[in-house]
Design a protein around this ligand. Structure first.
Ligand SMILES: Nc1ncnc2c1ncn2[C@@H]1O[C@H](COP(=O)(O)OP(=O)(O)OP(=O)(O)O)[C@@H](O)[C@H]1O
Ligand SMILES: [Mg+2]
Length: 485
């Protein structure tokens, strides 16, 4: 964080500074380090934010924070161990602090990009972070820091040397993104897509669209809204912004466009980037055709930030995967390829992953699929459709894992019956299987039996089902593995 005194912190958050040991006046003490919510990560000069958690109360760790060298804390109650800025709600205070710091940094020339959408926020942030880094100092953390805690913590990692700040903005209901934009109002806003992630909480796709549109509604008139013209609900947000609209598209004619899209043998896309009257070749390192849309969105944002099409194309082509468990392709020593896409899942990202799986070269394509969470009343239909889609896409073996994924199994079975697999089928009946297993352990046992050299195994489910552990076990089972993408 930029250096701030505890008095400035207290003023920014509207809290009361209560002195530390002996009640000494700490208003001039300076926070020179980081702002952290984990007391174990604290070092000299940091500010500790004592969050009230469900299981543990951060305020219990105030003495530990003092021992670790923290200058002070944001907390709901004071403690004699160290100076505390006392606030009723540390999460809100964290947002206020980030807001105050962000306004200062923007005055100093910082350019902030906000990214939202149902799928691909982290993937796009990771691409854009690497592209902008070619033009200047960029803050774009690994992982998915997209909520009321992660976003302000990200903002607070920026300082006077930062030229570009890339923020992922998640949403689980109306008003969430508007709130994040009040903390750090972006000059450039990117909306990727409107899908069915968290449909259960939102209620309908229209509400999801309205909520994601809060990002472009928050942009200033001199800003830029990057909208995906291939998604009608996204391009439909154009009237909600005062900013200049820049469109992206693979299918639709758009300001920033990908033409001549091709996938190579490793399911990585190559295309020609058309923007600003120029054409530039791009060869992505990240896996899956869905990354083309993400790359275009990143390209449009980087162009809006002042980069040239040639710079953008070059940097996109050099950008690798940054955050774990998203289409992470590894090759086992025994020749089995494991695709760990177990970070999360919804119908759109499942489709994208299956499309990539069947493009990867191999003997058999095996999809190990857990359930998709938070889909609401349409969940059963969505799981059945997933099973059907997996078979239709050409997956040889569908393994559904856990009781919530039983619909995948029935959908896949119904599709296999419908297309009729038997002796007459050219693929051979033994390759066309659908198996349901009750849990991760059973899946691991089954895979140990059936997976062999040359097979490509995709592992994917919603995060709460923890299938990334299954992918890790699967990798470990085959000896030393090498991450290839
Ligand atoms: N444009 C896209 N369309 C469909 N699926 C995508 C797209 N981009 C990424 N995915 C897939 O969606 C999953 C999640 O990707 P990513 O982590 O980038 O999304 P996110 O929007 O950040 O998710 P979260 O809401 O959990 O933060 C991955 O499995 C990835 O392969
Ligand atoms: Mg994310």
């Amino acid at each position: 964080m930029i250096a701030l005194t505890l008095a400035e912190v207290a003023e920014a958050v509207g809290g009361e500074l209560v002195g530390g040991p002996g009640g000494a006046d700490a208003s001039g003490a300076v926070v020179r380090g980081a702002v952290l919510v984990d007391s174990r990560a604290l070092a000299d000069g940091d500010l500790f934010v004592a969050l009230p958690g469900e299981r543990v109360d951060g305020a219990d760790f105030l003495p530990a924070a003092a021992d670790a060298g923290a200058v002070g804390a944001l907390a709901t109650r004071p403690h004699p161990a160290l100076p505390c800025v006392v606030v009723p709600d540390p999460v809100e205070a964290l947002g206020r602090l980030a807001g105050a710091v962000h306004r200062r940094l923007v005055d100093g020339g910082l350019v902030t990009v906000g990214i939202t959408g149902s799928s691909g926020k982290t993937s796009t942030k990771d691409l854009l972070g690497q592209v902008l880094a070619a033009a200047g100092e960029t803050v774009s953390p690994q992982g998915s820091f997209n909520n009321d805690i992660g976003l302000p913590l990200t903002v607070l990692t920026a300082d006077g040397t930062t030229r570009f700040l890339v923020l992922e903005m998640g949403s689980r209901g109306p008003g969430h993104i508007a709130r994040l934009c009040r903390i750090a109002r972006p000059q450039i806003g990117v909306v990727l897509n409107v899908g069915s992630a968290h449909l259960g909480e939102f209620g309908s796709a229209e509400v999801i669209a309205t909520s994601k549109g809060e990002l472009v509604a928050a942009l200033p008139a001199e800003g830029t809204a990057v909208l995906n013209a291939d998604d009608p609900r996204v391009i439909g947000m154009a009237p909600r912004t005062a900013a200049t609209v820049v469109t992206t598209g693979v299918e639709a004619a758009a300001d920033v466009r990908a033409v001549d899209v091709e996938l190579d043998d490793a399911a990585r896309a190559r295309f020609t980037l058309r923007a600003g009257g120029e054409q530039q070749p791009v060869a992505l390192q990240v896996v899956g055709a869905h990354q083309v849309a993400n790359a275009l969105s990143a390209a449009a944002a980087a162009l809006a930030a002042g980069m040239t099409p040639a710079q953008v194309a070059g940097a996109l082509s050099a950008a690798g995967p940054r955050s774990r468990w998203r289409m992470e392709v590894s090759r086992r020593a025994d020749g089995v390829t494991v695709v760990n896409d177990a970070y999360n899942a919804n119908p759109e990202s499942m489709r994208a992953a299956l499309a990539a799986l069947v493009r990867l070269p191999g003997r058999r394509r095996i999809a190990v699929l857990g359930a998709m969470g938070e889909l609401g009343p349409g969940a059963d239909a969505a799981h059945a459709k997933l099973g059907r889609d997996a078979v239709r896409a050409g997956v040889d073996l569908v393994v559904s894992v856990g009781p919530d994924a039983i619909g995948v199994h029935t959908g896949a079975l119904a599709e296999r019956d419908g297309v009729g697999c038997g002796p007459a089928d050219s693929h051979g009946a033994e390759q066309e299987e659908t198996v349901h297993v009750p849990d991760r352990a059973a899946a691991a046992r089954l895979l140990a039996e059936v997976v062999g050299p040359g097979d490509v195994v995709l592992v994917k489910a919603s995060r709460s089902y923890g299938l990334e552990a299954l992918a890790a076990d699967l990798l470990a089972a085959g000896g030393a593995a090498e991450v290839t993408a």
